[in-house]
Design a protein around this ligand. Structure first.
Ligand SMILES: Cc1cc2nc3c(=O)[nH]c(=O)nc-3n(C[C@H](O)[C@H](O)[C@H](O)COP(=O)(O)OP(=O)(O)OC[C@H]3O[C@@H](n4cnc5c(N)ncnc54)[C@H](O)[C@@H]3O)c2cc1C
Length: 324
């Protein structure tokens, strides 16, 4: 492992740290350390890291803002953080280029400043752009994937642009080619007078549309008010734990119907405010949260016959990195 650190630290444009605690880098505030934590400062440096890891057959994980993530207490191996890649550049014609490490709240601020409407429902989602694309984050019938023109995919062989089509995004999932990660996104911007996309007689929100910053800000305030009234935003959580089994069947209503709202396993609690959130009351471990997830699934299955599927991503312990 020491040789590995020595070699990887030679790569230009990156910082590399050992044994970095991941709990503070996630919104759930649980989990162990990353044996090796790498932060590239440019997409070129990211390509060099991926090439190095590929050559040495070392697997890696990508961290966004850690807002949909539960890391096991015993820790994981190599983690790449794109937090330094956060540029936003408006192209001359019909798109805006955003790097994957830009935060969603940061991009919404840009939309207010530059007067673009479309993504306001996503206010309060504390993710990075890369994480939002990977999860196809959404709220109130607006999903980020609908607005994407193309994705910059970075792999060990370099970076390329992937045009988004109807197969790229699904409910809370983006199809990212294996071995690659999202390093940047181009969002569509509708030019004035351009026809809107109509699906089944409904105008589909599929592009940012020029508007007034003050209107965009008002929409954001409204959406945030709604979110504050329904979600435990002041507490540590990873957002919704489970996917909704069907559009008309929400996970929270199934969990609430089992009488689990407020149920606790040590400091991990089913939120009394929103039954599909687990909150960390202070000292919860990843083990507590994962045990509570298992219990919820079991109860919901026994009482309703529905198998809940996790929306949150769980990073399992990678023992091999901790033996060397
Ligand atoms: C209070 C709260 C409210 C929330 N509300 C919503 C909501 O309304 N709707 C919703 O959809 N979600 C919601 N979430 C969940 C979460 O914020 C989103 O899923 C968010 O998009 C995750 O982004 P992230 O950067 O935090 O990803 P992370 O949690 O860091 O990672 C999630 C997954 O994405 C992968 N990933 C991250 N970056 C990249 C990349 N660049 N390339 C490839 N893969 C990558 C990671 O490897 C991991 O598998 C909420 C969470 C919280 C805490």
């Amino acid at each position: 492992m020491q040789q590995f650190f020595k070699d990887i630290s030679q790569i230009k444009g990156i910082t590399c740290r050992e044994n970095v605690p991941l709990a503070p880098l996630t919104t759930m505030k649980v989990g162990g350390k990353a044996r090796c934590f790498i932060t590239p400062s440019t997409i070129g440096a990211l390509e060099r890291v991926l090439r190095f890891l590929h050559r040495h057959q070392i697997s890696f994980k990508v961290l966004g803002n850690g807002s949909n993530l539960i890391v096991e207490d015993e820790g994981v191996g190599v983690v790449l953080s794109l937090s330094l890649l956060k540029g936003i550049y408006r192209s001359k014609c019909d798109s805006v280029y955003v790097e994957a490490g830009c935060s969603l709240p940061g991009f919404l601020k840009w939309c207010i400043k530059n007067g673009y409407t479309g993504l306001e429902s996503l206010v309060g989602i504390p993710g990075s752009l890369g994480g939002a694309i990977s999860m196809n984050a959404g709220a109130n019938d607006v999903s980020i994937g609908n607005f994407v023109k193309e994705l910059c995919i970075t792999t060990a062989d370099g970076s390329y642009w992937l045009k988004a089509d109807e197969n790229t995004f699904h409910y809370r999932a983006g199809s990212i080619p294996p071995g690659g990660l999202v390093s940047a996104v181009r969002f569509r911007i509708r030019k004035e007078g351009e026809a809107q996309c109509v699906q089944k007689g409904i105008v589909a929100a599929d592009a940012l549309v020029p508007s007034h910053g003050s209107l965009v800000r008002d929409n954001i305030r409204q959406a945030m008010k709604k979110r504050l009234s329904t979600q435990p935003l002041g507490q540590a959580s990873a957002g919704c734990i489970f996917k909704n089994p069907l559009p008309e069947c929400s996970a929270w209503s199934l969990i609430a119907s089992c009488g689990l709202q407020g149920f606790r396993m040590r400091d991990a609690q089913v939120s009394p405010k929103h039954a599909n959130f687990i909150v960390n009351l202070g000292q919860a471990s990843s083990h507590d949260v994962l045990s509570l997830i298992g219990l919820i699934k079991k109860r919901v299955w026994e009482n309703t016959g529905v198998v809940l599927k996790e929306e949150v991503v769980v990073w399992r312990h990678e023992e091999e990195f901790w033996q060397k």
